[in-house]
Design a protein around this ligand. Structure first.
Ligand code: NAD
Length: 489
């Protein structure tokens, strides 16, 4: 049954003012929800309401422990509705149910973590150099515009909403057009947890209309963005004109390195997980696997066997490891990249096609795909595919390996498989990426900051200091002079 969805605009649940559109279940193409796209006028209304609401005593004077209580109630609300949210997320982007359950659980943990951050954040009394008391306090930045992609909505939305609310900001959300429901449900849970009307609005719609209006709005004082690099670069230019802080979590082309001494059982399992989980629709997907020449053939045959055995299919099944890609048009983009790889001289060792059979016929499925024979300079090794496609590249010389790994506009993440802890430290220190995984991959903790270097982004999300990204430092001087300032006498 198709669900009708309303947007939350300035405390009011209503249809947004733009045209109606539908969202589809990637596993079979069926329509799952209908809603109206937001417009620039809706953005203006939401932002103005947010600015008013954040100045009301009910929000501005909330004590840290009360704000923390609210965030903990949001965490509890997410947990209470966990299964329902996991199913909605599955319907929105086709991720397997086990994966969406984990995302929901991590979102609850994010609110709980930032509740603790809100309650324990301390301002400073700074050393005085005269007859005064000087203080540095963290003041909320104001209205935050949060913009998210379709691949892991609830997790990336929680990573923006939780620290922003913890810091005392108001948030206007622009989820991806095709995956609006996690942000909508988070807003419902936040309302139930006591977040005042206007503090949080959710405006699904087109990036070029809603996202653009949000970034340009004069009352928006910060943008928290996760998405593609080209969009992120455009936002950064607009933000520069406003002198507005932004955090940009952008694309990646992450290298994973298999050393000659690696435990191949671990390395094969890790590389499979790194590229094929989430069907490769992951910013940190390990899409370039550099394998030492001495173990290349053995690794290759074990990787192919492992990838062949992956269970591609129905996202409802707990056995499924890879669901469909998010849409037919995204699958076409992945297919074009594989074709390009072949034209560039690559050899497809596995996959490179859609799975056959009735169960796959209506969905946007694509098989795990492994290529070899490409230089690191090939477009397929340089551009983000955002699909289940890995290029195998043999290496022998460590300096040359590092040069190739770092020869990328991206710098989001990397992985190293070795038994030699000195080599791991040496290589990991030389890799220009925001995260380095050693003998593991795609592990995440809310307490560990995450973000990229180079065109993978700027700023960090998560971590104890993540709350400070939504505050500005403000200084107070309290005069203690018994007599007037001497200059005026
Ligand atoms: P996208 O950049 O096309 O869209 C992301 C969001 O930006 C969407 O909500 C979209 O509507 C909005 N948007 C588009 N044009 C806009 C504009 N002109 N102004 C303002 N907003 C605009 O990305 P996508 O296809 O939804 O997601 C995939 C990308 O996200 C990949 O590149 C992936 O690597 C990246 N990503 C990065 C991380 C990270 O943490 N680094 C995490 C997940 C996804």
């Amino acid at each position: 049954m198709t669900e009708k969805i309303k947007s939350l605009i300035g405390g009011e649940w209503r249809d947004a003012s733009g045209p109606e559109y539908a969202t589809h279940y990637p596993a079979d193409g069926s329509t799952v929800a209908r809603l109206h796209a937001a417009t620039a006028e809706d953005v203006d209304q939401a932002v103005r309401a947010a600015e008013r609401a954040r100045q009301q005593p009910g929000w501005a004077r909330l004590r840290p422990h009360e704000r923390a209580g609210m965030l903990n109630r949001i965490a509890a609300g997410i947990r209470a509705r966990g299964e329902e949210l996991a199913q909605l997320q599955r319907l929105d982007n086709g991720k397997p149910i086990n994966e969406t359950r984990a995302l929901v659980s991590s979102a609850a943990g994010t609110f709980q973590y930032f509740a603790a951050a809100a309650e324990t954040m301390e301002d400073a009394i700074t050393p005085a150099r005269g007859d005064y008391l000087s203080m540095s306090v963290h003041a909320p930045l104001g209205v935050v515009g949060a913009i998210t992609p379709w691949n892991s909505p609830i997790a990336s939305e929680a990573q923006k909403l939780a620290p922003a609310l913890a810091a005392g900001c108001a948030v206007v959300f622009k989820p991806a057009e095709i995956t609006p429901r996690m942000a909508i449900e988070l807003a419902r849970i936040a309302q139930e947890a006591g977040v005042p009307d206007g503090i949080l609005s959710v405006l699904p719609g087109k990036g070029s209309i809603v996202g653009d209006a949000l970034v340009r709005h004069p009352l928006v004082k910060r943008i928290a963005f996760t998405g593609g690099t080209s969009v992120g670069l455009g936002l950064a230019k607009i933000a520069a004109e406003k002198l507005m802080p932004v955090s940009l979590e952008l694309g990646g082309k992450s290298p994973t390195i298999v050393c000659a001494d690696a435990d191949l059982d671990h390395a094969v399992a890790g590389v499979l997980y790194g590229i094929f989980s989430s069907s490769g629709e992951s910013c940190i997907a390990g899409s370039r696997a550099f394998v030492h020449a001495s173990v290349y053939e053995e690794f290759k045959s074990r990787l192919i066997a492992g990838a062949k055995a992956l269970r591609v299919g129905d996202p409802c099944s707990e056995q499924t490891q890879m669901g469909p890609l998010v849409s037919i048009s995204h699958r076409e983009s992945v297919e074009r990249y594989v074709q390009m790889g072949v034209e560039e001289g690559g050899k497809v060792l596995l996959g490179g096609q859609r799975p056959q059979g009735d169960v796959y016929a209506k969905g946007s499925y694509y098989l795990p795909t492994i290529l070899e024979g490409l230089p690191n300079t090939a477009r397929m090794c340089q551009e983000e595919i955002f699909g289940p496609v890995v290029a195998l590249l043999p290496w022998t010389d460590e300096a040359d390996l590092l040069a190739q790994c770092n020869d990328s506009v991206y710098g989001l993440a990397s992985g190293i498989w070795t038994r030699d802890y000195r080599a791991a430290w040496r290589i990991g220190s030389a890799l220009d990426t925001g995260t380095v995984w050693i003998n593991t991959y795609k592990m995440f903790s809310i307490s560990t900051p995450f973000g990229g270097t180079k065109l993978s982004g700027i700023g960090r999300e998560k971590g104890r200091l993540g709350i400070l990204e939504y505050t500005g430092q403000k200084s107070f001087y309290w005069g203690l002079n018994e007599s007037p300032l001497p200059w005026s006498l």
